[in-house]
Design a protein around this ligand. Structure first.
Ligand code: HEM
Length: 535
């Protein structure tokens, strides 16, 4: 069962033999000792003092003292579920092996088990799920060729295009190191000096910055990857998850009304839907481009602040994912799950996207610290197939990654003594050619404002109103120089956007918030009032 009735823990390793007088529910220590009294410390007389040889108590309390591992430095707040990915066996109407030899896609109806973790980004492990933030959408495919992680977000673009800037971006969005409060001034101080973030801002400060829940949101790989076919020929590819439940976003006032009563609504929604058999589904779609610089485009296909226009690069369906099983233990599965952009299978490859290259180092690096050296031996992270390595030892080594019949004396390669051997290649190697100077330079086609302006105009009027209100609210207390730079950047995207932000900030300065924030809810007005009273 899914709700407190799980009877065999995931990965429980004991062989279950019962001692005399024990039954299946008998409480024991981790040493297998039956616990006769779980209510009273062992003390000198029933008023104490306690003794130090109290092994049962020391084991219990010292394990408790270590129950937390460091939370994720970003995306700490999340929810997860198991499911299945079913391939269509083609890409759109075309044969898929023309583009990729990845086995999980190649046959209609082929099923691959998956584990998905959704998340918010900026705040800690139990922060409200109503916050304005991108939503993480990380999928682990346990394929027949080993694991593939597609570590995406709900929005299709990102704030920056160079991995070197990521720690600064995140610092500006995390709480102020002095006050420990998130600050609109700090967020926009970074953004107003980072014009490539404007496309992301056009989404994030609109209702798209608060998806109503995890089921009714899209997903995207954001970065550009490659597919490689049997001949070793690569194409550029972008991934998109389309929710079959539809898309639903919240205005700031709607989110505030939920947050007043429930700060776990998205976790609750996902868990309860699956428990009720109402399994959420997403279709996986890809966009494909030939593997070159595409000088005919006004953006760089490796730039993750850009969308590939759908009319030129259609979204081609390749399969469908269904989430149909809740975790049995949140910590073992959701918290200890480790996803990374380096985790690809044969037929999938990296592009030269500078963000993707930086991410690929960061994930496994943080996971060796956060979870531990042997994090890939945990059941949630281990592939569901043959694993045989010469890696040994390290904290929490749980077993030897050996093959049946392998000579366990040989943890090196090459060897003539029945050690592990290299596998045959699955197809021609993809060998991109490079020639260039080693430089520190931005890309040529930055084009920071065009798609952001298009997005502003594509929004519906209620979305634009929410965008202006949210930006005005976040910027109202910011230094003038930051406000002015943001007005300038918005104007470069769309004159109306800049004009309305300037007007909103001017009214806020005049203490006349009501005039511009006519759409702001009673809820947030009440919050401002309460703050004014507190001052
Ligand atoms: C989590 C780094 C950009 C999506 C993380 C974590 C790190 C990280 C260190 C924590 C991982 C863990 O503790 O297991 C970076 C760096 C980036 C970057 C250095 C840029 C250079 C992005 C982008 C996306 C993204 C562009 C969206 C496509 C995610 C998701 C998670 C995550 C979904 C949570 C995975 C989970 O549920 O466990 N990132 N990230 N990140 N990142 Fe990134």
């Amino acid at each position: 069962g899914e709700n407190g009735t799980a009877v065999t823990g995931a990965g429980s390793s004991q062989d279950g033999r019962l001692a005399a007088g024990e039954n299946a529910n008998t409480l024991t220590t981790r040493q297998g000792h039956p616990v006769y009294d779980n209510q009273n410390l062992r003390t000198v007389g029933n008023r104490g003092p306690a003794t130090l040889e109290n092994y049962q108590f020391l084991e219990k309390i010292s394990h408790f003292d270590r129950e937390r591992v460091p939370e994720r430095v970003v995306h700490a707040r999340g929810a997860g579920a198991h499911g299945i990915f079913e391939a269509y066996g083609k890409v759109g109407d075309e044969a898929i092996d023309k583009y990729t030899r990845a086995k999980l896609f190649n046959t209609p109806g082929k099923e691959t088990p998956v584990f998905v973790r959704f998340s918010t980004v900026g705040h800690g492990g139990h922060s409200p799920e109503t916050l304005r933030d991108p939503r993480g959408f990380a999928v682990k495919f346990y394929t027949e060729d080993g694991n593939w992680d597609l570590v995406g977000n709900n929005l299709k673009v990102f704030f920056i295009r160079d991995a070197l800037k990521f720690p600064d971006l995140i610092h500006s969005q995390k709480p102020d190191p002095v006050t420990n409060r998130q600050s609109g001034e700090r967020i926009f101080d970074f953004i107003c000096n980072t014009p490539e973030a404007m496309h992301m801002v056009s989404f994030l400060f609109s209702p798209w910055g608060i998806p109503a829940n995890y089921r009714q949101m899209q997903g995207s790989g954001v970065n550009t990857y490659k597919w490689v076919n049997k001949e070793g020929v690569g194409v550029l590819v972008k991934y998109h998850w389309e929710p079959l439940q539809g898309i639903k976003n919240l205005t700031q006032p709607e989110a505030e009304a939920i947050q007043a009563k429930n700060f776990n609504h998205a976790t609750q929604d996902l868990y309860e839907a699956i428990k009720a058999g109402n399994f959420p589904q997403w279709e996986l779609r890809v966009q494909i481009m030939s593997d070159d610089e595409h000088p005919e485009l006004d953006f760089d296909p490796l730039d993750d602040t850009k969308i590939w226009p759908e009319d030129q690069f259609p979204h081609l369906p390749v399969g469908k994912m269904t989430l149909n099983k809740n975790p049995e233990n949140y910590f073992a599965e959701v918290e200890q799950a480790a996803f990374g952009t380096g985790v690809l299978v044969d037929g999938l490859d990296f592009s030269d996207d500078k963000m993707l290259q930086g991410r690929t180092f960061s994930y496994s690096d943080t996971q060796r610290y956060r979870v531990g050296t042997n994090y890939l031996q945990l059941p949630i992270n281990a592939p569901k197939k043959h694993v045989a390595t010469n890696q040994r030892d390290g904290q929490m080594a749980y077993h030897v990654d050996s093959a049946p019949g392998q000579n366990l004396h040989v943890n090196y390669e090459p060897s003539s003594l029945q050690g592990l051997k290299e596998s045959p290649r699955a197809g021609a190697e993809h060998m991109p050619a490079y020639e260039g100077r080693l430089v520190r330079q931005a890309i040529d086609r930055t084009n920071n404002f065009k798609q952001a302006g298009e997005r502003y105009r594509l929004h519906e009027e209620w979305e634009r109103n929410d965008l202006i209100n949210n930006m005005t609210g976040a910027l109202a207390d910011a230094a003038q120089v930051i406000q002015d730079k943001m007005i300038d950047l918005c104007s470069q995207c769309d004159a109306d956007w800049g004009r309305r932000l300037a007007e909103g900030l001017q009214n806020a300065r005049n203490g006349n918030a009501g005039a511009t924030q006519a759409n702001e809810s009673k809820a947030s007005a009440a919050v401002h009032e309460a703050e004014a009273i507190a001052h």
